[in-house]
Ligand binder design. Structure first.
Ligand SMILES: [Zn+2]
Length: 363
């Protein structure tokens, strides 16, 4: 994976995009490139992974902020906590930023304490680990200001990642590769931030770098939308020998606007034309595995149900598959042309019948 990839570009959004916009962009792209829709298309598969990865980072305020900071999209300089807060909140509010009211507490666009998150970063700049006599060589930019502190072991922050799975995977359980972005100690300066009195170029003097890691995660069967899976010690690196944070995997089941599920049975509705209904046809309908043929017999009525045996979900235990129940609806095209109207009139003349004559109004 290319570490220089810009997740905002991947999702086609602005860096000032709010949570809703990010979610919307992700959902649209994920639907478009979903492997189930683009079977065997490697490019779509890669794109889908990329989108998932981008969303796993930008879809969560905490990882997004970390990403923005680590990529340099938010310029965090040693300064007061209040300044830092303002800077970060400005970054995501964009044009919609409310005018600052003097003395009043600014709205926090994230549902959390920014100070807490930024503490880890600003704290590093506040620390002073330069050796005596090295002052002249030190770059002015990275000059530390406060008195030295004893390094205390600190547990790394927990991180979250989003994962989208198909309804079949949710039903059966699966093993999925999950790409996470987390902070790790910089390998070059080993977290010291300075090499030979010069700010480390690998981590830009931050002492830590953002790294991608791919994990194989086992998703248990019969998992529900919104479930959280905790993976111990896969969060951000602990500081000064502290233990690592944990990874919380937030499971999303890819919503199907097309299928509903009842146990192992899959239900769906497909439109057919009046001609197909009257004369019969062989049509293609989507199934959980892709498109399958469905034979529409002549004189099919709207609302008629067809059972496609064994085309439902596999049972998690026996592997035996349920059925797909397809309901057909007759679709009338809009904007009928004069020619079409003429033909419908002809049709009505050819057969005079009242489809409501059997209805008895019992008062
Ligand atoms: Zn470094």
């Amino acid at each position: 994976m290319n570490k220089e990839k810009d997740y905002y570009k991947v999702l086609g959004i602005n860096r000032t995009a709010d949570k809703k916009e990010i979610k919307k962009a992700y959902r649209e792209l994920a639907r478009k490139y979903h492997p189930d829709v683009n079977r065997g298309n490697r490019l779509s598969e890669e794109k889908f992974k990329e989108i998932g990865e981008a969303f796993s980072v930008l879809g969560d305020d905490k990882t997004r902020l970390q990403y923005d900071i680590l990529k340099g999209f938010i310029d965090i300089k040693p300064q007061t906590g209040e300044q830092t807060k303002k800077q970060a909140s400005k970054a995501y509010s964009g044009k919609k930023a409310r005018p600052e009211t003097a003395g009043k507490k600014q709205d926090n666009p994230f549902n959390m304490d920014l100070g807490d998150i930024l503490k880890g970063f600003t704290g590093k700049f506040a620390k002073d680990d330069k050796k005596p006599g090295e002052e002249k060589k030190e770059t002015a930019e990275k000059k530390a200001k406060t008195e030295p502190q004893k390094p205390q072991p600190k547990k790394g922050e927990d991180i979250t990642a989003e994962i989208s799975i198909t309804p079949i995977e949710a039903h059966n359980g699966t093993i999925r590769k999950v790409n996470i972005l987390r902070t790790d100690t910089c390998g070059r300066c080993r977290g010291k931030r300075i090499i030979n009195g010069v700010s480390c170029s690998t981590c830009s003097g931050k002492g830590e770098v953002s790294t991608h890691k791919q994990l194989n995660v086992k998703i248990p069967p019969k998992i529900n939308e919104g479930s959280k899976i905790k993976i111990n010690s896969e969060g951000n690196k602990g500081l000064n020998g502290g233990e690592n944070g944990d990874l919380y995997l937030h499971v999303h089941i890819i919503k199907s606007s097309y299928f509903t599920f009842e146990g192992t049975n899959v239900l769906c509705e497909v439109p057919i034309t009046p001609t197909e209904a009257a004369l019969g046809a062989e049509i293609q309908v989507p199934s959980v595995d892709g498109f399958i043929n469905l034979k529409i017999p002549p004189e099919t009525r709207s609302g008629q149900k067809f059972k496609l045996a064994g085309e439902g979900l596999p049972d998690a235990g026996s592997g035996r598959r349920g059925d797909q129940i397809t309901t057909v609806r007759i679709d009338i095209p809009s904007n009928l042309t004069d020619k079409e109207k003429e033909l419908f009139i002809e049709l009505a003349k050819a057969r005079k019948y009242n489809p409501r004559e059997h209805i008895i109004f019992d008062r």
